[in-house]
Design a protein. Structure first.
Length: 359
């Protein structure tokens, strides 16, 4: 039996309880969690903005140590440090055949499976495949990536979502080039990773935008050269900082209609606007046909940073070892399982960066 944070029903409070994990069957791996990040997607799953089968153990950003491997698992052994990959690619669907593994049609099929049970025998699903809000988890081997050398195990949890998403948004989706100007809307965990990634890419001016003035120091430490408090005037203020042109690239990390529209309006003619934030169906963004023609901007969605974790994890580790990527700087509080609701509350209030559960 291990302790876990269970979501009994959509919209219900999390319950910290003991669950019964089976031994890893063929092709599966048991992992003892060292740490798990609390992502806004977990909040969206708990409140029904995004749907998963329930009851479930949420948490999709984690790292830990292999405890046991099932039959047929190769390349992993007890004692190995690993990062969890919540969106494993099948290698067979149309998206995978195009090399777009982040759009794999079968990536989340595991979330519908029963992977564990509560003490009274209730079936549990692994929210977003890996169920990281628990002391231990059992996952398919495809959801486990070896931890590269030189990356602290606890901080490595952030690589599983926030950093892959922020880095990928900059390098794979927006394709920021050295000397370009960038604006990042939303300075949470993903936003901070995006700011660091823009700095790594060599962006000349990096503007951070957030609703909370308390995030300015975090943003500047991550690489922002300018900080703006979000308002109706934000696009005009960004144009004033960029010779009346607007930024080459705007990355929206909040998933809100108002900030998506502001990011679009802050981008120069012919620039690129990338939407990373996950919003609800009620967040409607409108454009008129004339402005789409006139501005010639590119507006694109971005799933998991358009990343291939197996390809990108070694690259990120190299940045960590070289001191270019500071994982610890993304974390504003280290908490326990029972503190997850408080971390959700901080997200809703626009406070802090990433909350990291440390086991």
């Amino acid at each position: 039996m291990v302790r876990a944070a269970v979501l009994p029903a959509v919209g219900a409070p999390l319950e910290i309880t003991e669950i019964d994990l089976p031994a890893p069957g063929p092709g599966r791996v048991r992992v003892r969690l060292a740490a798990a990040g609390v992502c806004h997607s977990d909040l969206s799953l708990s409140d029904g903005t995004m749907r998963v089968p329930v009851p479930a153990v949420l948490g999709h950003e984690g790292a830990g140590t292999v405890v046991e491997v099932g039959e047929g698992v190769t390349g992993l052994a007890p004692g190995d440090g690993v990062v969890l990959n919540w969106a494993p690619s099948c290698g067979r669907c149309h998206a995978c055949s195009l090399g777009e593994v982040w759009l794999c049609a079968d990536a989340l099929t595991g979330a519908a499976e029963v992977y564990a049970r509560t003490a009274d025998g209730t079936d549990l699903h692994p929210g977003l495949n890996v169920a990281a809000f628990a002391e231990e988890t059992v996952v398919p081997a495809a959801c486990v990536l070896p931890l590269p050398d030189g990356v602290p195990l606890t901080d490595a949890a952030l690589l599983g979502c926030a950093v892959l998403t922020g880095y990928g948004a900059v390098h794979h989706s927006a394709r920021v080039r050295s000397g370009e100007t960038v604006a990042v809307f939303g300075v949470g965990g993903v936003g901070l990773a995006t700011l660091q990634s823009a700095r790594i890419a060599g962006a000349a001016t990096i503007v951070a935008v957030d609703v909370s003035p308390a995030k300015e120091d975090l943003a500047r430490a991550a690489g922002a050269t300018e900080f703006l408090l979000a308002s109706a005037d934000t696009p005009r203020e960004i144009r004033a900082l960029t010779g009346r042109q607007g930024v080459d690239v705007a990355v929206e990390c909040a998933g809100r209609a108002v900030s998506i529209r502001a990011a679009w309006e802050s981008t120069r003619r012919g620039g690129r606007t990338t939407v990373v934030g996950i919003g609800g169906k009620d967040q409607q963004v409108t454009f008129n046909a004339l402005e789409l023609f006139h501005w010639g901007r590119t507006l694109s969605g971005c799933v998991y940073g358009n990343s291939d974790p197996a390809r990108d994890l070694p690259v990120l580790a190299a940045h960590v070892r070289a001191g270019r990527l500071d994982l610890g700087a993304l974390v504003t509080e280290r908490i326990g399982l029972a503190d997850i609701p408080s971390a959700f509350g901080n997200m809703l209030a626009g406070k802090g960066g990433r909350s990291l559960i440390v086991f």
